[in-house]
Design a protein around this ligand. Sequence first.
Ligand code: TEU
Ligand code: CA
Length: 541
Amino acid sequence: MSVTNEISPDTPTAWWRDAAIYQVYIRSFADGNGDGIGDLAGVRARLPYLADLGIDAIWFCPWYPSPMDDGGYDVSDFRDIEPTFGTLEEAELLIAEAHALGIRIIIDIVPNHASDEHPWFKAALAAGPGSPERERFWFRPGRGENGELPPNDWQSRFGGPAWTRVADGEWFLHLYSSRQPDFNWTNPEVHAEFLDVLKFWFDRGIDGFRIDVADGLIKDPALPDVHGATTGPLPYSDMDGVHEVYRAWRKISDSYPGERIFVGEMWLPDPIRFARYLRPDEMHSAFNFDFLSCPWEAKRLREVIQSSMDSHSLVGAPPTWVLSNHDVTRHVTRYGRSGDTGFEFADRRHGTPVDRDLGTRRARAAALLTMALPGGVYVYQGEELGLWEIEDIPDELRQDPVFERTKHADPGRDGCRVPIPWGDKKPPFSFGTGGSWLPQPQEWAGYTADAQAADPDSMLSLYRKALRIRRDEPALGDGEMSWVMSLADVIAFTRDPGFTCMVNLSSEPVPLPRHESIILASGPLRGDQLPADTAVWLRTF
Ligand code: TEU
Ligand code: CA
């Protein structure tokens, strides 16, 4: 029998409800032309690796032309490819090649802000105060006698004030770096522009968009002070008007053949507010950051799993399970920290001691937990290799604007963006032939994809097995689950038909429940005992 995975526009089924989506941070994935920076040629060469891993889709971080002040989240042209990454023609080839391997393509879209090198921003600077060009952004006169103070007290999420003054004395708003001016979404021109950008890429065959800062587009036009607040109702986050934007976007995606999707990036404290973005006429899914941020504790994890399922079921959307991405400390490191193993931006706990063996055992168990839960799962490049946060990058090599804008209080996010080790025994570990834009540790010699492919007990082998089983196993993916009564520090649930997942978060072995056979375990079992920080998938009756 010949089987083709090829994706055609009318391939059926809500693929996105339980897709395993692999996140590619292009700069750090694979370098095809030897300049030390990852690119599309590198990705194309590694597509067979991704097909073999067993993923359903790739999400690309921004691939657009960019001065790279914020790793590409500062876009200067939404309709082209960054020249150091490749060309539009290459992107089209990549999309076709991925589809031929059964892999869908999701790209990042950054609607909250542009680069200061975007032609609209350059035109706004040139046109001066009061011009229609300035109305595409948030330009305001300053406060104080001579307008020398910012228009309000908002702070940039990267540190420092959210306003920068231009030569003629006006200030412009930027919730991120001063090279990322925020768009003014009360301006219909901005709406129209993005609808056209969506069509541009849907026409080129992409299967969906990951929406950056999806909650941030609409600002209270009064621009009121927030008096130091960073949570609670904020005049620049989760404003009700933002839903109109996604309703309009959904009409575009629905007008294309196949199932084209939107995945939202919103860090919101309230799961019910969060679920509003996933109503049937808005986005399809969103990243579950409550789960990502949760410490490695059974009770807290059970609570966040339950509340995620509850809030998503209100709107009929599938939950997602995310352990890492390009903004957060890699989870091998988080889970290996003594004491608090949770994550928050306000306190990255950079430099606190890490028991990497412990973190790795927990990361293996966490992989089986996420892949057994109902809904979609994300894999951030390198997590399948068990990579950890690189915390000793020399200051002069750090590139994340967070490092400078917080006056070095926060090391920034470079430590989870170090280029991937593919093979060889020394840096750049076959990332490319011309070094790597951030230094890799020599210790990665034992963690390359080549080294791990040959080892049945490696993290890579675990991910390959688990993703395959997840794809073939009728009980897994979309659907329901039921908790099993268990010891306080154990997570256990069943999925029909005949599947049990059990994770031991205590420090002692616990007995396995009755089972027919063992499908997969994250580490060695001891007879009928599940050791600490280990997960198992069981065939049950
Ligand atoms: O991130 C949104 C965001 O607010 C945080 O994840 C942010 O990275 C953190 O507060 C910094 O400490 C998205 C992207 O994922 C991120 O890489 C971009 O830098 C940001 O938007 C701006 O586009
Ligand atoms: Ca390159």
